[in-house]
Structure formats: C-alpha cells, structure tokens
Design a protein around this ligand. Structure first.
Ligand SMILES: [Zn+2]
Length: 435
C-alpha cells in the first residue's frame, strides 16, 4: 500500500523540481529567521537566489549536532516559541541536550511521513500496532504513535520494557505489527520462549525496527523467531524522529521521503558529495519543516544511496542502504576502520554463535587490542572443550579475514551479555576510559 502516491511516485524530474522549489524557499526562510544561518550564508557569500539547481546544494554550509548544542535551547528556532507545540530532547550525557521542536504543521508532517512508513512496511488501516519504542522525550514512541493514528490503525502505546506484560498483551490484543528496536525484538522472542509462548503462532505479520544499526543476518533471526517480515525504518530526532525513510516489501534499501527530506551522501573526511553506490555520511536537508529547519544536517550515519526507482513497489524516491555504522562509533584500531556491524554479520553466519556480542577494545603498551565476546548456544556450550576451541578459532579467522586485523575471541555462556531495552551497547572502549 502506498499512502501518498501523489508524492511517493512522482516522476523523477517532477520530484527534483519540487525539491528545488522547496530548497529555495527553505534557504530564504532560514536566512531571514535563524541568525545562525544568516551568518553561515553571509560567511559563504551566498543567498537564496544563488541556488539555481540541486547541484548547488554542495555549496551550502553544513549543520552539525554541535550547532544544536551551541545554540541550546532555542537558538535555532525559525518561529517564535509560541508557535511550538511539542518539544523533545536528547539525554545530553555529554553537555547540553539537543532540543527538537515541532509546530502544529510539523506534527502533521510527522504523522504523514510515519503513516507513509508504516504503509510502506506493509501495515494497513485496522491493524493493531504494538508500539514498544520508548515514549517521552525520545521521539521514537510518539512518532510511531502519530503515524499509526494517521494510518487508521489501532495503537497500543506500550513503550519499552515490562517485557512479560508486553508479550501477554501482544498475544491477547492480536497485534499484527510490532514496532521496537531490533535488539529488543530478539530479546522479546527469548522471553516469550521462556514463558512458553509459541511466537510463531501469533497474528503478528510485520516488525518495524530501527534506532540502531542492524544487519540482514539479525533480520533473519528476528523473522525466524517471530515468523514475520522484519522491516528497517530510519529516522533521527534532529530531522523529525522516525519516518525519514522506510523499507518496502522488497527489503532492498529504504525509501527516503524525498519530497520533504533531501538526502546526500558525503565523504565524512572531506565533505565532498559522493556518487550513487558509494558509502559515506548521510546528510539531510529538511525541505518543509517549520520550527527547526536544517540545511545539510550531518547525521553521522554511514550509508550509500541509489536514485534508481524501485521496480518492486513503484516508488520513485531515492533509496538508502541500511545504516552500516556511525562516524562516531566507527572504531579505529591500529589504523583500521572497524564497524560493529561488520562483526555482527560474521557472527550471524557462524552456526552456534548468537547475535549477542560485545567488543572490548583495550591498549596493551602502544598496541590496540580487540576482543570479541560472543554468546553461543546452550548446546554448543556444554560440548567438549575441543569443539569450543574449534568454534572459537573459526570465528576468529572469519572476523580477521573481514577486518584484516588480528583479534581475540572469547565465547561466553548464553545470556551473559547485558540486554538492552533500547539501543544495545556493543562497544566497550577502555582506551577512552584511561584518557
Ligand atoms: Zn520499493
């Protein structure tokens, strides 16, 4: 089902004409109402009239997360506070939180793009949607909630946690759609098995999972555990929350709702735009947002993008790959770039290994060491020591061939790695603790 066929299936030239028109209006509005942009455009010697094609995008200044923090709390607003109807904020563990703001129209936009996303994932009006994203200042819960209402679904505002109750209500209410982080979907499946619930015999059809990077291997685990189709959703609070991009049934890239979020991929080191298919940092311009419009916001997420229309569903919007990692959780170990997702892909291919793992980075003398702790099956763990040694060696070799880096592997008992209700903690970097 395509929720907004008028914009989701626009011929590419018409989509680009609409993007350009909206980009020019956005720049004019930002320069007029946001001193930060007045200054940034003056520094670049540019005005709204200097944008005559989408190719000019590369000339425009970037916006970074630090700009939000530096202008805390309301310095980047483009409207008076009296027009702001909802405020959200990040936890701000490292200084000022980042604040995001919505006008009434912004909330309508959010509801619309989230309804598009749920429909794109395969949800239909009348479905019961169990929403296990956290409600509150985190944008995940309310974003999905607004979208489910807009779609005409029945939303169960569970929030995350209370897993046993969650599983009971999901069963009793006959949920067809589960929305939560991928790691929580797997955790719920484990708990359900403990409770003696047959997860494969529920009316659940679709999982909509995001808020942390995950691999296709993890997708297969979730799909098997619940007998559902697990779909990737992408969004971030600074841009709007969930609902920036969504996989369709083809599961071949996430459709960006590009009439409102203009995507680019850049080289994170140089800032230069990259062509289709090349992996780099995702940058988004919010074409129609009122309260907190952003020009070229650097998301920190590593993706590639294609502008090929999707043969499977007919949407013409550009598609982004799953997020491969983040510029800020990319580990540099002995000069080699390592993303936790690379290790996850390896683990999911090895029989006996579970997708529960942690990477411990330490420095011995001047040399960085990476230890991969991985949970293994109950049955394997009780096997003789030789079997365990063989498995350990196999995992180590496979990881080393993917990363081109020597690592150590430690097999740990099932359920010994800490579970998370939200984003899983994959990396413990002891090098940073010592600094
Ligand atoms: Zn598609």
């Amino acid at each position: 089902m395509i929720w907004r066929k008028d914009v989701e299936c626009l011929p590419v030239e018409k989509l680009q004409a609409l993007q350009l028109e909206r980009l020019r209006a956005l720049v004019a509005r930002a320069i007029e109402h946001v001193p930060f942009y007045t200054q940034a455009f003056a520094d670049a010697g540019l005005g709204a009239n200097d944008i005559s094609s989408l190719d000019d995008l590369g000339k425009l200044p970037f916006t970074r997360k630090t700009d939000l923090r530096d202008n805390y709390p309301f310095g980047l607003l483009a409207v008076p506070l009296s027009e702001v109807k909802e405020l959200h904020a990040s936890s701000g563990t490292t200084g000022n939180p980042t604040v995001v703001a919505y006008t009434k129209n912004d909330i309508a936009l959010w509801s619309d793009v989230m309804a598009r996303a749920l429909a794109c994932a395969g949800a239909t009006p009348g479905d019961v949607v169990q929403n296990a994203y956290g409600y509150g200042l985190f944008t995940g819960g309310l974003g999905i909630h607004y979208g489910a209402l807009e779609l005409g679904a029945t939303v169960v505002p569970m929030s995350s946690g209370g897993t046993k109750r969650q599983i009971k209500l999901m069963h009793d209410f006959g949920a067809a759609v589960l929305t939560c982080t991928p790691s929580y979907a797997l955790f719920m499946a484990e708990e359900a098995a403990d409770m003696g619930v047959d997860t494969r015999r529920s009316p659940l059809r679709i999982g909509v999972h995001g808020a942390e990077p995950w691999t296709d291997g993890m997708r297969r685990e979730i799909e098997q555990a619940w007998d559902i189709k697990a779909m990737d959703i992408y969004g971030l609070s600074e841009i709007i929350g969930p609902g920036v991009a969504q996989e369709c049934q083809a599961q071949d890239g996430l459709h960006v709702f590009a009439d409102v979020f203009l995507p680019e991929v850049i080289d994170p080191a140089t800032g230069a735009p990259l062509p289709d298919g090349e992996q780099g940092e995702l940058v988004i311009t919010t074409l129609t947002k009122e309260a907190l419009p952003f020009i070229r916001y650097r998301t920190g997420d590593i993706v590639s993008i294609t502008h090929e229309p999707c043969a499977a569903c007919g949407r013409t919007s550009p598609r982004m790959s799953k997020v491969r990692g983040r510029t800020d959780d990319m580990l540099i170990i002995r000069g080699i770039n390592v993303f936790p997702s690379q290790i996850e892909s390896v683990l999911l291919e090895v029989e006996g290994a579970k997708p529960h793992y942690q990477l411990i980075v330490d420095r011995k003398g001047s040399l960085d060491q990476l230890e991969v702790q991985v949970e293994i099956d109950e049955t394997v763990f009780s096997d003789e020591i030789k079997v365990l040694e063989n498995l350990e060696r196999r995992i180590r070799r496979e990881i080393e061939s993917v990363l081109g880096l020597t690592v150590s592997v430690r097999l740990v008992e099932p359920r010994t790695i800490e579970r998370s209700m939200g984003k899983a903690k994959r990396v413990v970097d002891k090098r940073q603790l010592e600094r």
